[in-house]
Ligand binder design. Structure first.
Ligand code: ATP
Length: 590
């Protein structure tokens, strides 16, 4: 029987007829079938065949007698259609039946079977799909990055507002148009979509818009089940600002470095204009290292003989560090007995030892909180204090002598020593681990004999300094200057400074002459002075000019003590008075 000829005009939803053939809907989870008046299956979809065995020519009454009853009721015309629940294989289904009337002799029914709850699930799925679509829509519209969606023919399906902004276009100007045209018209200089369609792969491009903005563009293909590209999704990120920021950053970095160098120079100049005298390359290098060390918080180890200025350098580091507004404390580990060094440094609790204050006492570390502590002569620390110092350097915590409470402070440690610490480590007198902890930034301050260029400016500085403080106006005669510049200064700057103080305090006249020098230096002068009998003594060291000058100085000194006026001296020596005046001035005698 051909039902194609008997399908009614009010054909049920889902049933269609094409080229004279009847086609049933074919959803995966819904069985559709057509039966004739006797209950024979005339047509069925895949689900009906596979899930229920309702093949063509099978008899519904035999397979599912329970189903046949409501179907038959519709066929014989008791009702036009019916919907009822049926149970098959322990599951509940909804059976929908609709009658066909193709003529007097052609009667039948179109049936569908759908598992109960399936409809609700579909509705739920639909709502979920709508929600997700709305969310996606919001994400796409609010994205800061541009988004283009094109179809397989490179036609623009949509763009988001960010793309409109970045490219300076309106969606309606491009949607529906091919990317090829848009490139030709200069909307963009190249198209990721065309590249993706050409290669079938993800593509990254650098693109320039017609407004001159630079974009990083990524095109991604979207495939269907058969592996064909159905969409191309293109994201674009505006890197114009990033590029500008990057350039600005580099410029600022360069400027910052320039400023830093200038600041360092200014700091060096300031140091040199104050009490730190440094003219020699060796000392200028030390100052440079000190200024650099001041910019970080690492431990510094100052090495050098006694009196070279290690204390001064330590103060300098503190002064130019971010700790400048907190205290700078100094402890000389060699000047105090072991036990006192420990309690001075770490403090002590009430009753820690006999003679201790009742209230206890904070140590230098606590007092210097936020600042710097200089441990002078650190090589003299006892093993016990070394261990305690090491712990402190490790975690910034310590306990007062006689206490149990762990305290923490923020202090920078600078250590100084005039003994070679590595030797002390080798002979087991100094802990190696502590040595490494202290030796983070080592700075060696050279002795004065290795930087003789500093001697003259130091003499000048200290003679002026003590003259000022003693209310005098003293200066060194050239011969004294010569002696002092050549002297070795085993006690380094400290010795030079003390010598200047003594010369200013003890010399008779305004000009400090060789007779004012302490004995040991006077002896040195005598040894070098040419004798009257043999004026070329010492010529090897001094040279002709110096020998002559020394003689000249002595002659004018002698003349001045014998003949009080320049006029008289000129007469005796048979030279002009102006020459006498010049020479007296030269030798500091006028
Ligand atoms: N470059 C310098 N310019 C001016 N004065 C200096 C210079 N170097 C050191 N002095 C002075 O010399 C004296 C000794 O310096 P300082 O105490 O810093 O030496 P030190 O190396 O720490 O000695 P010690 O190891 O004995 O403690 C100080 O009064 C200091 O002001």
């Amino acid at each position: 029987m051909m039902f194609s000829n008997i399908l009614p005009d009010d054909m049920p939803d889902g049933l269609s007829r094409s080229s004279g053939e009847t086609i049933l809907p074919d959803p995966v989870h819904e069985a559709w079938f057509l039966v004739d008046g006797e209950g024979r299956i005339v047509l069925s979809n895949k689900c009906a065949e596979k899930s229920f065995g309702l093949q063509k020519n099978a008899l519904l009454v035999t397979l599912y007698p329970d189903l046949w009853q409501p179907v038959q009721a519709v066929i014989i015309g008791k009702t036009g259609h019916s919907v009822c629940s049926v149970r098959i294989g322990g599951r509940d289904y909804v059976l929908r039946v609709r009658a066909y009337r193709g003529g007097l002799s052609h009667r039948g029914a179109l049936c569908s079977l759908e598992e109960k709850g399936r409809f609700e699930a579909i509705v739920e799925e639909l709502f979920h799909f709508r929600r997700t679509t709305a969310e996606l829509e919001t994400i796409i519209n609010s994205s800061h990055d541009g988004l283009w969606i094109c179809d397989a023919d490179a036609k623009v399906v949509r763009i988001n507002p960010a793309s409109e902004r970045i490219n300076g276009i309106k969606a309606e100007d491009v949607v529906g148009r091919s990317m090829k045209e848009l490139v030709e018209e200069g909307f963009v200089n190249k198209s990721a979509t065309l590249e993706v369609l050409r290669t079938g792969k993800v593509v990254h491009l650098l693109q320039e818009t017609r407004t001159g903005r630079k974009l990083i563009v990524t095109g991604t293909p979207v495939f269907d089940d058969n592996g064909n590209i159905v969409r191309v999704v293109v994201t674009e990120r505006d890197i114009t600002e990033i590029e500008e920021l990057h350039r600005e950053l580099l410029e600022r970095e360069a400027l910052k470095n320039e400023y830093l160098e200038q600041i360092l120079k200014l700091q060096l100049e300031e140091m040199m204009s104050h009490q730190i005298i440094a003219r020699s390359p060796a000392m200028l290098k030390v100052l440079d290292q000190a200024v650099r060390a001041a910019r970080v918080d690492s431990t510094v180890l100052l090495l050098g003989e006694s009196g070279v200025g290690k204390g001064l350098i330590a103060e300098l580091i503190h002064k130019y560090s971010h700790r400048a507004y907190a205290p700078f404390m100094k402890i000389n580990c060699a000047a105090l007995p072991d036990s006192l060094v420990e309690s001075e440094l770490f403090g002590y609790e009430a009753g820690a030892f006999t003679g201790a204050r009742k209230s206890g006492k904070p140590g230098l570390l606590e007092v210097a909180h936020g600042g710097t502590v200089l441990l002078d002569e650190v090589g003299e620390l006892s093993q016990e204090t070394q261990a305690k110092l090491l712990h402190f350097l490790e975690d910034g915590r310590f306990t007062r002598v006689g206490g149990t409470k762990r305290r923490s402070v923020n202090v920078r440690i600078i250590a100084a020593t005039n003994r070679p610490l590595d030797d002390l480590v080798r002979c087991g007198k100094f802990r190696q681990d502590l040595y490494y902890r202290l030796n983070v930034i080592p700075i060696r301050v050279p002795p004065l004999r290795e930087r003789t260029e500093d001697i003259l400016p130091l003499l000048d500085h200290y003679i002026r300094h003590f003259s000022r403080s003693m209310g005098a106006e003293k200066r060194l005669s050239p011969s004294v200057l010569r002696i002092l510049v050549r002297y070795d200064y085993p006690g380094n700057v400290r010795e030079l400074m003390n010598l200047c103080e003594r010369l200013v305090a003890m010399s008779y006249g305004d000009v400090i002459g060789p007779e004012d020098l302490p004995e040991e230096l006077g002896e040195m002068e005598k040894e070098r002075r040419p004798s009257v009998d043999n004026p070329i003594d010492g010529a090897v060291e001094k040279g002709f000019r110096e020998i002559i000058e020394e003689f000249e100085e002595r002659i004018f000194k002698e003349m001045l003590s014998r003949y009080r006026t320049q006029q008289k001296i000129a007469e005796v020596l048979k030279i002009n008075q102006s020459t006498v005046a010049r020479k007296l001035k030269k030798y500091g005698l006028s």
